[in-house]
Design a protein around this ligand. Structure first.
Ligand SMILES: [Mn+2]
Length: 446
């Protein structure tokens, strides 16, 4: 029997069929996790149907970025034939509709995600506060502990130090609680603020997160200390952040937490000394990519100007942060660049690093970070591949693409994964073999 395509019922049937298939038949890794169909719009003549899909991210917000959205859509497109076949046979259609998959970014999606997150008990949003409310809470507290996120960058660390110095000026027992080494190029900001996390930090009146709004990125031990404080507070500029602390200030328009804190200190008439200004300025310079990213606004520059008037010397900050590479790391870059190989008519480059080469430069394993980005910056290069032997002698690959090539699919061929523009894998083969294989694939597919 032929079914009538008009009305929403067929759409609802298609939705149910795809939902069933998600549970049983669709095994693509990109369709794992909380992927769901939010709606189906079928055309009147039954020739095609638009399928609206969503995926819930693992972060607090539940949202996923555009690259991941494209991955989900691409995975559905790959399974399109299978899905049409199933729709055709289950609905008894001679010709199943053409399917178009769209990532649902509507408000419905937002509500849908909120619904799922509520069901899972993931969201317990609290009140968002004003600067005055934050200030009142901080001034009432005696002991305050500030938590930068792990893999500290200059925004989280500079903001933490700036606030710590300001609160010490106000007579508070304040410290920045860390559990990792401070990166060499920002340690000049410290001014005696940081301390290694220890059990007595649990007694704080206020535990304060900067540049993050949940404890996912501070490690288990510090998260337990954070949770033991009487009150929690977060100051953040990530759009995806939810208000999960007792006091919350989240401004997604701010280029850096450093910007928010500048306004906070000004509004509450807390003096900004030169070391505080320097920490805020460093936070802003780095989070805006030296005023080069699209988050840079007129306000960013006005705040930067205000900080210069408070005694910041941009040249000093620049020298500390950017002109401060270890000689060993520079030697490492030189050695890696010495292996540079151009493939696919210059649209891709591959560079390698063996254990012997690394040993020869004296650089550390973690200093190999960022090589794939450096390689991608070459004009005309769409894909960069950096291969290195790790401590276990396995080959670790990092791959980047600039604008159209999906490196996550390339990584999947080697059992790895990642995002469209950044992906990687680990292989148990000699490094030269991996180079040859990747070069072959890139030559054919670019
Ligand atoms: Mn930041």
């Amino acid at each position: 029997m032929r079914k009538n395509f008009r009305g929403g019922r067929i759409g609802e049937e298609i939705r149910r069929i795809i939902s069933d298939m998600l549970l049983r038949d669709l095994k693509d890794p990109a369709l794992g996790g909380f992927v769901s169909v939010t709606g189906v719009k079928a055309s009147d003549d039954g020739s095609y149907a638009a399928i609206y899909i969503t995926k819930l991210g693992t972060g607090e917000s539940g949202e996923i970025d555009e690259d991941e959205q494209r991955e989900v859509v691409a995975a559905f497109e790959r399974a399109s034939g299978l899905i049409r076949h199933e729709i055709g046979s289950r609905l008894g259609l001679r010709r199943a509709p053409e399917l178009r998959f769209l990532f649902d970014v509507s408000e419905v999606y937002g509500r849908h995600i909120e619904g799922i997150m509520n069901e899972l008990g993931l969201v317990r949003e609290k009140k968002r506060n004003t600067f005055a409310e934050l200030n009142d809470a901080l001034m009432d507290a005696g002991m305050i502990r500030i938590y930068p996120h792990e893999n500290m960058d200059a925004d989280t660390y500079g903001s933490a130090v700036a606030l710590c110095l300001a609160l010490r000026e106000m007579g508070k027992d304040c410290a920045v609680v860390i559990d990792e080494k401070i990166p060499d190029n920002i340690i000049f900001l410290d001014n005696g603020c940081s301390k290694q996390a220890s059990d007595d930090d649990a007694d704080a009146d206020i535990a304060l997160l900067v540049d993050g709004a949940d404890t996912e990125r501070i490690g288990a031990y510090r998260a337990s200390l954070f949770g033991s404080a009487s009150k929690s507070m977060c100051i953040d500029h990530h759009a995806s952040s939810k208000a999960l602390c007792d006091y919350n200030y989240i401004d997604a328009d701010a280029a850096a937490v450093g910007e928010i804190l500048y306004d906070f200190l000004r509004e509450n008439e807390i003096p900004i000394t030169t070391p505080i200004a320097e920490a805020l300025y460093t936070a802003i310079v780095t989070d805006t990519g030296r005023f080069g990213y699209s988050n840079t606004t007129p306000k960013t520059h006005r705040i930067a100007a205000g900080l210069l008037e408070l005694g910041v010397r941009p040249n000093k900050v620049s020298n500390e942060v950017y002109q401060n590479m270890r000689m060993e790391k520079m030697r490492l870059e030189a050695a890696v660049l010495g292996t540079l190989k151009s493939v696919a008519d210059g649209k891709a480059v591959i560079a390698t690093l063996t254990r012997d080469m690394l040993g020869g430069t004296g650089a550390l394993d973690e200093e190999t970070e960022g090589m794939a980005e450096i390689l991608r910056s070459i004009r005309g290069v769409e894909v960069s591949v950096f291969l290195r032997e790790n401590e276990e002698g396995r080959v670790k690959a990092s791959m980047r693409s600039k604008s159209y090539y999906d490196v996550s699919r390339l990584a999947q061929k080697f059992g790895g994964g990642g995002h469209i523009r950044a992906a990687g894998f680990t292989a148990d083969k000699p490094i030269d073999e991996v180079v040859t294989e990747i070069a072959g694939i890139l030559d054919r597919s670019l």
